[in-house]
Ligand binder design. Structure first.
Ligand code: FAD
Ligand code: MLT
Ligand code: ZN
Length: 468
């Protein structure tokens, strides 16, 4: 059955864009190297019509499709399983910036556009596209939408969902839904856009989107502060909200061990504070005069020092210094990957409860798994921690995962549930957290999700065994 299908796919996208032989690890191995799959083929359509034709052909043959953007996802959602029966549909050739509508303050673009290219194109046109994350050089708008990605400016601009004003989608049957209206108001029944956002490729393929733009800030101020505790970091966040109001665009936290991994693996990255239990990166973006913004930012830092919330701080004096402070924060996931395989927990908890959660869960980990190393960092301003666990030093990381991952996950996620939090704040569910979703999501919500999946994808060919 597969041969006629592959021949058909070659007809649709061209011989050279159906990859079958050679090293396909770029598409078959997930970013964290947790799982290596085997694709029936990697198919790379050039436009929406080709995506629709590919999906139709696969649906006729009842062959499953795994949509893939930049393959930077954290939960093994964009790579095929090991069966050799799934098609990876890569959006990487679809990179057209279709239209920038200055008056509507929107950009319409293909789903395969790389996030960083979008940021730059918008900046050149005098606008801010505020989605920002360390994977921006590789991840795609389609992947950002499919995962409802967060990043480091959610505090001010929201998740990817909040930035989207319309979608174009190929359904599991291969039909095209054109929802690229760019409307800010449209109450005509169920909002299909929001159903597709965050669906991780299980309900259809996002082929294009209309995204919101913002005015470019005229002033951007960045600081790194050494704080004595997580409690102090939360108090500093409150103070920053009061002083900077809507100007507060980023508030990230990092524990000492996370920073020590950056020092260990990236000698070229300058980490200003290495002995503080926690550090915070905060950012203020404004549209007023430099002098006013600077004095407000400095007054915030001074007040924080006076109140004992900050022990020491550096304020970037120019864009290069600001970039280098952000670079410290953004290097953590990369340093962690170099350190070895690890257990990631991308959790959210009400900001006010985060210090108690960490205290409680860290103590449990120390008791039941002595020696594990906690890489704790993340988007504190959003109540989102990357509460990651690395094997004890000198313990083989792969063995550590085999022997302890299940126990550690249960320990951490039970604590998250006890604190009324979420087991996935921004990375999604993929295949890695599928079992956990089934356990922690309320039964009624799960059954509604299954009903939606079945209604839209009755054959179950769209990214099967992901999410549900
Ligand atoms: P992929 O990894 O290719 O796919 C992710 C999921 O979306 C898969 O389920 C896939 O099937 C589906 N999918 C992809 N494209 C489409 C499409 N067009 N239509 C339908 N489904 C599709 N995430 C955050 O939220 N915040 C961060 O701060 C952040 N920082 C990161 C830093 C690093 C260093 C790395 C490696 C990753 C980071 N991530 C972060 C995770 C990741 O970059 C995001 O989840 C991103 O949105 C994935 O985009 P992608 O194009 O790589 O998607
Ligand atoms: C981050 O905030 O750095 C990302 O979500 C990536 C990660 O957690 O590894
Ligand atoms: Zn993150």
């Amino acid at each position: 059955m597969s041969l006629p299908l592959l021949a058909k796919l070659r007809q649709i996208v061209g011989e050279t864009h159906v990859l079958k032989e050679g090293d396909l690890s770029h598409w078959e191995l997930d970013w964290r190297r947790r799982e290596r799959g085997k694709a029936l083929a990697v198919v790379r359509p050039a436009n929406t019509a080709e995506v629709a034709a590919v999906v139709k052909a696969c649906a006729m043959a009842e062959v499953s499709i795994v949509p893939q953007g930049g393959n930077t996802g954290m939960v093994v959602g964009s790579t095929p399983d090991a069966s050799g029966t799934q098609i990876v549909l890569s959006l990487q050739r679809m990179q057209v910036l279709r239209q920038l509508d200055a008056a509507n303050m929107t950009i319409t673009l293909d789903a395969g556009c790389i996030l960083q290219n979008v940021q730059l194109a918008c900046q050149q046109a005098g606008f801010l596209f505020p989605l920002r994350m360390a994977s921006e050089g590789s991840c795609t708008i389609g992947g950002n939408l499919a995962t409802n990605a967060g990043g480091t400016q959610v505090l001010r601009y929201g998740n990817t969902r909040e930035l989207c004003l319309g979608l174009e989608v190929v359904t599991p049957q291969g039909d095209i839904w054109d929802g690229l209206t760019g409307l800010r108001k449209d109450n005509t029944g169920y909002d299909l856009r929001h159903l597709l956002i965050g669906s991780e490729g299980t309900l259809g393929i996002i082929t294009a989107a209309v995204m919101r733009l913002y005015p470019l800030p005229t002033v951007q101020l960045t600081a790194m502060a050494a704080v004595p505790s997580l409690k102090a970091a939360v108090a500093l966040l409150g103070l920053a909200h009061q002083h900077l109001t809507a100007g507060l665009t980023g508030f990230e936290v990092m524990n000492q061990f996370a920073l020590s991994l950056v020092v260990k693996h990236f000698a070229q990255v300058h980490v200003p504070f290495t002995a503080s239990p926690y550090c915070v990166v905060l950012e203020n973006s404004d549209h007023e005069s430099d002098a006013h913004a600077i004095s407000r930012f400095e007054s915030l830092m001074q007040t924080a020092i006076n109140q004992g919330l900050v022990n020491d701080a550096v304020i970037a004096q120019n864009i290069t210094q600001a970039r280098s402070l952000w670079h410290v924060r953004e290097s953590i996931p990369l340093a962690q990957a170099v350190e070895g395989l690890n257990i990631k927990h991308d959790i959210s908890i009400a900001v006010s409860r985060i210090p108690d959660f960490v205290h409680h869960t860290q103590a449990l980990l120390e008791k039941h798994h002595p020696g594990v190393r906690l890489v704790n960092y993340g988007h504190l301003g959003d109540g989102n921690l990357h509460f990651n666990v690395q094997a004890p030093e000198h313990e083989n990381a792969a063995d550590f995962l085999t022997e302890r991952e299940a126990d550690i996950n249960t320990l951490v996620y039970d604590a998250v549930a006890q604190f009324n939090g979420s087991i996935s704040a921004e990375h999604g569910i993929g295949s890695l957290k599928r079992g956990k979703l089934a356990h922690y999501k309320p039964a009624t919500a799960l059954s509604m999700m299954h009903a939606i999946k079945h209604a839209l994808d009755p054959l179950g060919t769209m990214n099967p065994r992901r999410v549900l």
